[in-house]
Design a protein around this ligand. Sequence first.
Ligand code: SAM
Length: 304
Amino acid sequence: MNKTDQDLLTDTYGRTIKSLRMSITNRCNLDCIYCHNEGDTGNGKEMSVETISNIVNVAAGFGVNKIKFSGGEPLVRRDFEDIISSLPSMKDISVTTNGTLLSSRAQDLKDAGLDRVNISLDSLDPEKYQWITNKKPSLLNKVLDGIHSAIDAGLIPVKLNMVMLHGINDTKLDDMLEFTKEYSDDVILQLIQLMDVKDISKYQVDADAIEQGLAKRADEVRVRQMHHRKKYIIDGAEVEFVRPVDNTEFCANCNRLRVTADGKLKPCLLVNDDLVDVSNASLEDLPDLFKLAVHKRIPYCREV
Ligand code: SAM
């Protein structure tokens, strides 16, 4: 059934919410040098399965048809399978994970209703991986096992999230392309422009140069509806470049509402004074709280 305009969550800038990005924990078994923690400065509390299910059900009632779980590391929650099982039917249920805890749980997560995974993988070099993730010994092999298990379980396409770090992994793009190609359509490489949330600007890459390099090598370029992102097909490997930094088009096309691990609706990754607490909200109150949060949405980067 089609929703009328009144049934949808549309902000004052005309952006209709279609997806939720929900953090379910701030805990993580890695400590990546650049991590923005989804902009979540929460109090360490975590939502119960029931609270998560209620929030998603109300969002689905407003026509939200995609959800991505994040964190922290979502798989540190032993009840992640229960969380997935508790969800209403949606077009796309996915998780972004560091992959280190995935291999033994990929099939159970698929059976519970998870559609696909994004796996963070910034380097194929064990030492670099260890340096970036601040974890000894390197857990790179666990991530590779996680990728294989995800493919075997049908959690595809697996998107590999590679945050581009100048002088660290930006010269190793070809290795990652080769790796991606081996899995043909099952794996997509998603390059991500570094957001300077800590004192890490020295690792910022020249995004235009990277994009031009991809365009030059691409056999085909497609434009995705989401954020009008470009997809490059290079020797059979599919590559996207996500450029969230100072990008008015990115914000103008943002159709996601965030939820923090402790249960607050979060209109924007980079803003923290506009949160709407739904951690103890009843099912009756949730719809109005959603409308309030959406009303607070302002594109972080916009033409003025
Ligand atoms: N632990 C999970 C993981 O590794 O995917 C989920 C949390 S992590 C915050 C989610 C995604 O955000 C990862 O793909 C990560 O690479 C990306 N990310 C984190 N900090 C970032 C930053 N400063 N700039 C760009 N992307 C970032």
